[in-house]
Design a binder for this molecule. Sequence first.
Ligand code: KIV
Ligand code: ZN
Length: 520
Amino acid sequence: MSRITILDTTLRDGEQSPGVSLNLHEKLQIAHQLARLGVDVIEAGFPIASPGDFNAVKAVADEVRNVGIQALARTLEKDVDRAAEALKGAERPRIHVFLATSEIHRQHKLKKAKEEILSLATRAVRHAKGFTDEVEFSPEDASRTEPEFLREVVEAVIDAGATVINIPDTVGYATPEEFGRLIEDLIKETKGMEKATLSVHCHNDLGLAVANSLASIEAGATQVECTLNGIGERAGNAALEEVVMALNTRKDFYNYTTGIVTQEIMTTSRLVSSLTGLRVQKNKAIVGENAFAHSSGVHQDGIIKERTTYEIMRPEDVGRGKTRLPLGKLSGRNAFVQRLKELGYGHLSKDELEEAFKEFKDLADRKKAIQDEDVEAIVINILEESPPVYRLESVRIDCGPGTTPVAEVRLRMQDNSIEENATIGDGPIDALFKSIDLITDIPGKLLDYQVRAITSGKDAMGEVSVEVDFDGQVRRGRVVSCDIIEASARAYLNAVNKIAQKSARQAPPKKKKTRQREKV
Ligand code: KIV
Ligand code: ZN
């Protein structure tokens, strides 16, 4: 049985999901877990994009072993140099050069003729080849490129040294039959194609990313690019878990294997969802809460009599259904560390681990049974960007029937304590966020605000997630706490800090500002 190479691009294309921004610590946890999941290559990021991206790719390349590490670059020399620099410590480095080839992109975006595209692509591949043996080239928007020109570009970059040709359906436009045919024709008609691996990279705008990936495999592609939970630009990328489990469950049809340890799928999916803040829809195939739930009486009866009547996969094969005992006050460090490993957080730094254990002990004093969700919440809070520009020192809310909601917030910015007194709002959260806006001078438009209890019981931890638009830049924030007002303030600050950190647009500290109550 032949083997399909799985390239995971959760940390690059997945991170391009609107509002998602992972810091270095979060990316490292995910990268380590991807290696444990058994992916063949991790696309770790786009080093030229920002110093943060560069550092994250470098950290992944330096630390994560037994897996190829890929970094993205445009066809500019400086992009390739930066990618090569970030990849220096990788065991198996690979530079991924991309350039759009379709007429639409050539005319409107690049304003370049075919000859220029050919020359830019080949020059960049040759340059990349000076740094890494493995070079991947992607003709962006390949599925809308004239087939003859696509072939010409592919032949030229293989000749220049590309070892992987990745055919992206960038805008999710292709249909399975058509995309399969494109792959088949490329394999048949491209000179030198046998010297390179043929890869596909499908987007999900029409909900066809997985179907297109599978059709390409049938047509001869041997690498698939995908992301956990299918996250990515717009409607996302092909979901790794769906591609892998389709190949696995229907071996009889596809006759291909992968190196994926399927029992690690659920842990990885949860880790990615927790750290990106992108919740998995309940009915999502393989990893959704309901994917193995049977509610109709007829189905339940069938399952009891014979599982295969309504189940085509065993939940345990994708790592579901593990029941773990809750931790508690008497649980020691070893039990806590073991649980972290099981949840995919096996690579925290010494300091992070210390802080997490302390938080765990504090929580165990207040809460009898500590569930996995509580442990995850502790780690998520700790992995937050450090040090944040603004920290919450205190918050007081006045609200209730017949009262105008008023918030009093005190933040700390470096050594300054900044206070905004008595900001009124339409409701307590409105007052709270307005107060923070006034202190930070980074006004945000709240796009989404959600509160949910992450475990059951009145003592459950509450999770607050926000999505905020800061003058066109959307950022998410998420915090779990026993106090949902505090969690709301910190989640909002989380999003603010991402902007403050990124653009260094820090408001000059306003010393101990005190405003009189406008209306109480
Ligand atoms: O979708 C796309 O075309 C991409 C390329 C960079 C491969 O993500
Ligand atoms: Zn993409």
